[in-house]
Design a binder for this molecule. Sequence first.
Ligand SMILES: [Zn+2]
Ligand SMILES: [Zn+2]
Length: 327
Amino acid sequence: MVPGKRVVMMRKTLLISAAAVIAVSSSMGFDPPGPQKWLEAIGTTDGLPAVLQRALAPDDGFQPIPVPGPGDWLAVHREPGQTFEEFRRSHPNRPDGQRRIIYLQPLGDFPEQQSPSLEKLREYAARFFQMEVKALAPVTISAGSFTTRTNSMTGRRQILTTDVLHWLKGKLPGDGFCLLAITMEDLYPEASWNFVFGQASLNERVGVYSFARYDPTFYGQPRGKDYPALLLQRSMKVLTHETGHIFGLAHCVYFNCVMNGSNHLPESDRRPLHLCPVCLRKLQFSVGFDVVKRYAALAQFDRQAGLGDEAAWLDRRLEKLRHSEGN
Ligand SMILES: [Zn+2]
Ligand SMILES: [Zn+2]
């Protein structure tokens, strides 16, 4: 584990997990919510189309969030969760007729052998959010005049996130719902921090996320046979989780969900790629997509990407929803 300060969520910017977390051994009394709390968090679905009601039912397709182990996110961070109603009342960023495209800004090199495919990430995000996603032309690190340093623990170059966020603010296209820089470079948010996975400014609709630490060689470990699929999966997860924050989704404390907070890589790897019913309702409210069409598009992608377990989960959901369509 790395030394340093606790991760903090500020009003305007959100520092993304695990940079430097003080691990404590108790779970700070976090009690995983049960069915009553799930229903309260989802809110009444009366009046919604039958297929959406079925999609939002907390049935056995969704796994309860487990009791956090030492060092896990909810053992360290006291987070109350965010019900659908609380989300709706927070007036979150929503796509509209003008701001309707998610833009990705590749930053620095994406060497083919050690990076996720940008096109696959773009395609996945388009299916996940059911929105148009465009990748801008890559820019070099020097083009942005960002502050860099060499991390004394890893000997690797790091880029100052606040410089990147400042640069991105002036680049959000007029039709952009948000602009997200993605990079294989390591990041840091301020001098006293060892590193950070990413940082976002929700009000400005910009963020920057690094995939550097998802490569086992970063930690001096060999890449396994499944490395390309693993890196893609990790990158898909961080991209959708962090973009979810730009939509105003807070960390999920209800079910196993891609919006669960994560303090370290094994915890992040345990998260599923999908949204639980609470978080699905929030995103569906914001975007207004067809849940069946979305699951079918994601299942096709996951199957092609070699993510069989997640594809099978989506197939089971589809079976449930299509059955309800006939009722
Ligand atoms: Zn998060
Ligand atoms: Zn959730």
